[in-house]
Design a protein around this ligand. Structure first.
Ligand SMILES: [Zn+2]
Ligand SMILES: [Zn+2]
Length: 152
């Protein structure tokens, strides 16, 4: 069975983030960012660490079974030489509470591989709690009402 990629590119996982998770080089900062979002959604901590630049990489990542990643929106992305940046919004749910994370991430390329560097401290970065009402559009991006989707 094929399933759509967690990064919501519209492609199936096998044609999108899986090759990167298996070691292929990302073609752009955006595809690396998408593969990292998918890795967060799937709990692939090894991949998250591997795609993190050695200069900023944490020693380990907590095993997170609470956060459920629901939506990714890439607002813009660009690359110039060995530097890249991606502005994105990600929506997650933690035990019934909803959060919208917005970040401008910085990336760099080394030996033909892109790595996540850090959040751009000069750009707005926020983690906002959402309070979806039962009749609001679901924050997962399905276009259904919250009460008929994730809020059921
Ligand atoms: Zn993907
Ligand atoms: Zn939903």
């Amino acid at each position: 069975m094929t399933k759509s990629c967690p990064c919501q590119s519209g492609l199936v996982y096998e044609a999108c983030c899986q090759p990167l998770h298996l070691g292929a080089a990302a073609a752009s900062p955006e595809s690396l960012m998408r593969s990292r979002y998918s890795a967060f959604a799937m709990g692939l901590n090894d991949y998250l660490l591997k795609s993190w630049h050695a200069s900023t990489r944490p020693a380990s990542l907590p095993h997170d079974e609470i956060t459920r990643w629901k939506r990714l929106e890439v607002c813009s992305s660009h690359e110039e030489g060995n530097a890249g940046a991606v502005h994105f919004r990600a929506t997650c749910e933690e035990q019934g509470r909803w959060f919208l994370l917005e970040e401008h991430s910085l990336f760099c390329k080394e030996s033909e591989h892109w790595f996540y560097l850090k959040a751009d401290a000069d750009k707005p970065h926020q983690n906002t709690e959402l309070h979806p009402g039962r009749n609001d559009v679901c924050p997962c991006g399905s276009r259904s009402k919250f009460k008929k989707c994730c809020g059921r």
